[in-house]
Ligand binder design. Structure first.
Ligand code: COS
Length: 383
C-alpha cells in the first residue's frame, strides 16, 4: 500500500478507536461481549481483510503495516482485536501461506469480507506447548477423512464459521510429521462447542472447546493438498502470529503509558503532582524504555519478515520481549495509580489482567526461549 493510503487507513482506525472503541470498553467488560454494531462497523471498514492479498479481495497489508494497524486497535480493549484477530491472523494465514489456488479462491475473499470468521484449532487437552503430540485423528475413508478429537481454548470458536484444524492423518507417526492442516466449515455435522471458558481477563474475547465427533471432511480440504505438512504450516502461521501479538503488546504499552502519564500529572500528594517525584519518574522512564525497545525490535523483525528472510528466531525473540515488556508496564501502571490502580473504574487493573495472556498464547515465553536457544545452537553447530 502506498504510504499516503496507509496513513489514511491508520488515521481512520485511530479515529474509530477514540470515538467508538474506547468509549465502549466498560460495556464490553460488563457484558463480556463486543457489541454486534461494533463488529459490523469493523467489517464495513475492511478490518477482517487486513492480511488477505488484494487479488483475493483483502487490503493486502505487509506485516509491518498490519502491525501498525493492530497497534492502533489495541490502544482500546484487546477484546476488540480478538474479534478480527483469528481471521486476520492464525485462522486464515495457513491458506494464504500454504493453500492451493482453489482453496485461496474459495475462502480468502469471504474471509477478507468478514463473511467467514476463521479460528485456529491446534491446542488440545493434552497438547499445548508440545503441539506435535496432538491426538485428534483424521482417518481416510475413500475420498473423505473422518475426524475425531477435542480442541481446547479455541479463540473465537463461538463466532467461527471455519476452522483451520490440525489433526493426525498418519497414525503411525507419533510426532509432527503425521499432522495435516484441514479447512473445516464450522457447520459440518459432528462439530459441537463446549461451554464458554471463564477467563482471568480479556472479557468479550470468546474461547471454548471444540469437539469433533465423526466429522467427515473431503480430502481436498487439506491445506496445500498434501498430507503430513500441517505442523510446518502451523509453525509458519505462528511465526507470523508472534509478530502480530507483539503489535498487540505495543498498542497496550501505548495506552498504559498514556494513562500513567495523565494520572501522574493530575494526582497530587505531598503538595505536588506525583509526576514530580523521581521514584515515579523512574517507573515512567522504565515504561518508555520498554516501549521503545519493543518498537525497535518490531520494526526490524517486520521489515525482515516482509523481505522474505527466515526470521523464526526473531519472531520468537520479539514476541517474548514484547509480551514480557507489556507485563512490566502494566505492573508499573498499577503501581503509579496506587490504590486507584486496583479499582476497576480506572481501567489499569483490567489491562493488568488482560496482558497476562500475552505471555502464554501463541507460544509461552518459555517456548520462545527454547526456540531461540535451539536456533542458536543449530547455527553454532553448523558454523
Ligand atoms: N517454520 C517452518 N517449519 C518449522 C518451524 C517454522 N517456524 N518450526 C519447526 N518447523 C519444522 C522443523 O523444521 C521440523 O521439520 P523436519 O521434521 O522436516 O525437520 C518440524 O517442523 C518439527 O520441528 P521441531 O522438531 O522443532 O518440533 P518440536 O516438536 O520440537 O516442537 C515447538 C517445536 C516447541 C517450537 C512447537 O511445538 C511450538 O511452537 N509449540 C508451541 C505451540 C504454540 O505456540 N501453541 C499456542 C497455541 S496456538 S494459539
Amino acid at each position: 500500500m502506498d504510504s499516503e493510503t496507509f496513513d489514511l487507513l491508520r488515521n481512520t482506525v485511530r479515529r474509530f478507536v477514540e470515538e467508538r472503541l474506547i468509549p465502549a470498553e466498560d460495556q464490553v467488560e460488563q457484558d463480556d461481549a463486543v457489541p454486534e454494531a461494533i463488529v459490523s462497523e469493523m467489517r464495513e471498514m475492511g478490518l477482517f481483510g487486513l492480511s488477505v492479498p488484494e487479488e483475493y479481495g483483502g487490503l493486502g497489508l505487509s506485516m509491518a503495516e498490519e502491525a501498525g494497524i493492530i497497534r492502533e486497535i489495541t490502544r482500546a480493549s484487546v477484546s476488540f482485536r480478538s474479534v478480527i484477530g483469528t481471521t486476520v491472523g492464525i485462522g486464515s494465514q495457513g491458506i494464504v501461506i500454504d493453500g492451493t489456488e482453489a482453496q485461496k479462491r474459495e475462502w480468502l475473499p469471504r474471509l477478507a469480507a468478514g463473511e467467514v470468521i476463521a479460528s485456529f484449532a491446534l491446542t488440545e487437552p493434552e497438547a499445548g506447548s508440545d503441539a506435535g503430540s496432538l491426538r485428534t485423528t483424521a482417518v481416510l475413508e475413500g475420498d473423505r477423512y473422518r475426524i475425531n478429537g477435542t480442541k481446547r481454548y479455541i479463540t473465537n470458536a463461538p463466532r467461527a464459521t471455519m476452522f483451520t484444524l490440525m489433526a493426525r492423518t498418519d497414525q503411525g507417526v507419533k510426532g509432527s510429521g503425521g499432522i495435516s492442516a484441514f479447512i473445516v466449515p464450522a457447520d459440518t455435522p459432528g462439530i459441537s462447542l463446549g461451554a464458554p471458558d471463564r477467563k482471568m481477563g480479556q472479557r468479550g474475547a470468546k474461547t471454548c472447546d471444540v469437539i469433533f465427533d465423526d466429522v467427515m471432511i473431503p480430502a481436498e480440504n487439506i491445506i496445500g493438498g498434501t498430507p503430513g505438512l500441517g505442523f510446518k504450516t502451523a509453525m509458519k502461521v505462528l511465526d507470523r502470529g508472534r509478530i502480530h501479538i507483539a503489535a498487540v503488546s505495543l498498542g497496550m504499552c501505548d495506552r498504559l503509558i498514556e494513562m500513567s502519564l495523565r494520572y501522574a500529572m493530575e494526582r497530587r500528594q505531598f503538595g505536588s503532582p506525583i509526576a514530580d517525584f523521581q521514584l515515579v519518574q523512574g517507573m515512567l522512564a522504565d515504561c518508555k524504555v520498554d516501549q521503545l525497545t519493543t518498537e525497535a525490535l518490531m520494526n526490524a523483525t517486520a521489515a525482515r519478515f516482509d523481505a522474505g528472510e527466515k526470521v523464526s528466531l526473531d519472531c520468537s525473540a520479539l514476541k517474548y520481549y514484547a509480551s514480557e515488556a507489556v507485563g512490566r508496564i502494566a505492573d508499573r501502571a498499577v503501581q503509579i495509580h496506587g490504590g486507584a490502580g486496583y479499582m476497576a473504574e480506572y481501567k489499569v487493573e483490567r489491562f493488568y489482567r488482560d496482558v497476562r495472556l500475552l505471555r502464554i498464547y501463541e507460544g509461552t515465553s518459555q517456548i520462545q526461549q527454547t526456540i531461540i536457544a535451539k536456533a542458536m545452537l543449530r547455527a553454532a553447530a553448523s558454523a
